[in-house]
Design a protein around this ligand. Structure first.
Ligand code: GDP
Length: 294
């Protein structure tokens, strides 16, 4: 059904064309199909409604009624609108300062530590001297996990397993980075299973003290509307710079990308598509629009 939205719209219009009576009402009905598809793809209802209203106006303005292939034209317009909604073009992370600090936030299990490793590999590939910092003080396994990833990608990991003060660890790591000529420091932080006040004040304090050039929020794309609510809560406290959508190798369409962008108005910068270190892509709105439409 949803997998073939493009075909489905084409077929619907072909049948209508056979009768020679494509009308505004037909277009409206077909646009409803698009709305349903977007909702199925986890796009928030309000956002789906807004975007399909725009699509309808655009479609009628662009003579979809007399197009050779109205279904294809509608898909094209939809794709353009979704791309626009997700910011239009890719956006890079900001790297500045000596060292430049990138702070990684998100709930436990979202894929933070895995992403920290991937980002380390990505930055290393750009020729940067990178230091990864294990500041997840509540999950000792996270320290070992990051160390293993660091070894795998050939990037040094700074950790103080006995220290339970994240800010102290981060400050020591920055001093170490300066001493050893590492210009880019990526700080992995602690997450919880759900948003809680202790975690929030902790990461808020870290951000304030470290003044990172980039704060990224990592979120599991499989969590649908929860992803949007979590993004909103984190953004209210952290005013983050960008979003990392993980687990897009699952069977999610990725509609969370549109909803999150719409609700927090921050760009999505990376997508993660697997557990391996190379499963990381820079986010391209047009590609995601295609994926959402199926
Ligand atoms: P953290 O608690 O936020 O640091 O999350 P982890 O990085 O430990 O990730 C939680 C689990 O999700 C681990 O088993 C990871 O291997 C897995 N994971 C992380 N990113 C992805 C992804 O993009 N796709 C898939 N399939 N699994 C992922």
């Amino acid at each position: 059904m949803f997998d073939n939205l493009s075909l489905k719209l084409d077929r619907a219009f072909k049948t209508l064309k056979g009768t020679g009576t494509i009308t505004e009402i037909n277009v409206a009905t077909t646009v409803k199909e698009i709305r349903r598809a977007l909702i199925d793809a986890d796009v928030n209802y309000k956002v789906a409604k807004e975007v399909t209203d725009t699509i309808k106006t655009e479609a009628l303005g662009r003579d979809v009624l007399i197009a050779v292939s109205p279904g294809q034209l509608l898909i094209k317009i939809t794709q353009e609108e979704l791309t626009k909604l997700m910011g239009g073009k890719k956006e890079d992370i900001k790297i500045s300062g000596d060292p430049s600090i990138i702070l990684i936030s998100g709930l436990q299990g979202s894929g933070k530590t895995t992403f920290t490793g991937k980002l380390g590999a990505h930055l290393k590939k750009q020729g940067r001297q990178v230091l990864l910092v294990a500041c997840d003080i509540y999950r000792p396994a996270a320290i070992d996990q990051l160390k293993v990833l660091g070894e795998q990608i050939g990037v040094e990991v700074y950790a103080e397993p006995e220290n339970k003060n994240a800010l102290e660890i981060a400050n020591n790591a920055i001093a170490y980075a300066k001493k050893t000529g590492k210009k880019t420091v990526v700080v992995d932080t602690a997450g919880r299973l759900a948003v809680d006040e202790v975690m929030m004040s902790e990461i808020e304090a870290l951000k304030k003290a470290l003044n990172p050039s980039e704060t990224l929020f990592v979120v599991d794309s499989m969590t649908g509307q929860d992803a949007v609510n979590t993004a909103k809560t984190f953004d209210e406290r952290l005013n983050f710079d960008g979003v990392v959508l993980t687990k897009l190798d699952g069977d999610t369409r990725g509609g969370a990308a549109i909803s999150i962008r719409h609700v927090v108005n921050k760009p999505i910068k990376f997508i993660s598509t697997g557990e391996k270190m190379e499963d990381l892509d820079v986010f391209h709105p047009d590609r995601m629009a295609q994926r959402i439409l199926g």
